[in-house]
Design a protein around this ligand. Structure first.
Ligand code: UDP
Ligand code: MN
Length: 264
């Protein structure tokens, strides 16, 4: 049934909550029939928690789970990714039969409830290494058994990239070859930066994009936005071309219209 299925996201601080709120609002705008759940850590402020409760059906506090693997994380130049191990807690939401996890830096452009027709473990290819899936959008079945196996696997093997994506790819290691039904089309997790490595494909297929993923160090909330002109402003440190800017403008439209009023 649809009431025991949920979209799940994660935010470990008030900054990532801004992304989670835009994601949640985008799912609401496209009238999802599923529940909206968010995992947070103790750092999230009480003011933010009450705003989260106005967009999400369920706000669950979990402990931060760090991969404690500073060597591999340093290789990635992304020390903040250790907290993404916290993602594994999503398998503990066993009051749902099936869930779709979405990073807080994703945005849906249309209703994507058909994702619940997929089975664990379904995900889209990563644009950097397509035999790996990107762990920003995936279909899973909450299960304490799986959760414990994941923790055990993490303790024994660590993660080849220091984050959840390396761990999950090693754990669900037959994803690349076993079942094409578990390969989500790239339009369910389109990384806005990957577009520019294959522009003709984006021009051909990009209009069907269903989920945008603002992967990478610069997130939508790091840009400046002019509330009067409704334009995303670029400075010397941020670069982006037309499509990237139009996805950013979509994010900022939702943020300024629906989220900022809640935060004031
Ligand atoms: N995340 C978080 N706090 C952090 C870093 C990450 O809550 O400090 C969560 C958030 O849901 C985020 C996800 O973990 O979308 C994955 O991290 P991120 O999106 O920054 O990684 P990327 O997709 O850029 O590789
Ligand atoms: Mn992400």
């Amino acid at each position: 049934s649809v009431t025991d299925q949920a979209f799940v996201t994660l935010a470990t601080d008030d900054v990532y909550c801004q992304g989670a709120l835009v994601l949640g609002q985008s799912l609401r705008n496209h009238t999802t029939s599923r529940k909206l759940a968010i995992l947070i850590t103790p750092e999230v402020s009480s003011g933010m928690r009450s705003v989260l409760r106005s967009v999400f059906d369920e706000v669950t506090e979990v402990d931060a789970l760090d991969s404690a693997d500073s060597v591999r994380l340093a290789l990635l130049q992304r020390p903040e990714l250790g907290v993404t191990f916290t993602k594994l807690h999503c398998w503990t939401l066993t009051h749902y039969s099936k869930c779709v996890f979405m990073d807080a830096d994703t945005l849906v452009l249309c209703n994507v409830d058909e994702l619940f027709d997929r089975e664990e473990f379904s995900a889209a290819p990563d644009s950097g290494w397509p035999d790996c899936f990107n762990s920003g959008v995936f279909v899973f079945r909450p299960s304490l058994k799986t959760y414990n196996l994941l923790l055990q696997f993490a303790a024994e093997h660590g993660s080849f990239d220091g984050g959840d994506q390396g761990l999950l790819n090693s754990f669900f290691s037959n994803w690349a070859t076993a079942d094409i039904g578990k390969h989500l089309p790239f339009i369910y997790n389109l990384s806005s930066s990957a577009v520019y490595t294959y522009i003709p494909a984006f021009n051909h297929f990009g209009r069907d994009t269903k989920v945008v993923h603002f992967l990478g160090a610069t997130k939508p909330w790091n840009y400046k936005y002019n509330l009067q002109t409704k334009r995303v402003m670029q400075d010397g440190t941020t670069s982006g071309s037309f499509h990237q800017l139009s996805f950013l403008a979509l994010w900022w439209n939702i943020y300024s219209a629906s989220i900022l009023p809640l935060l004031e």
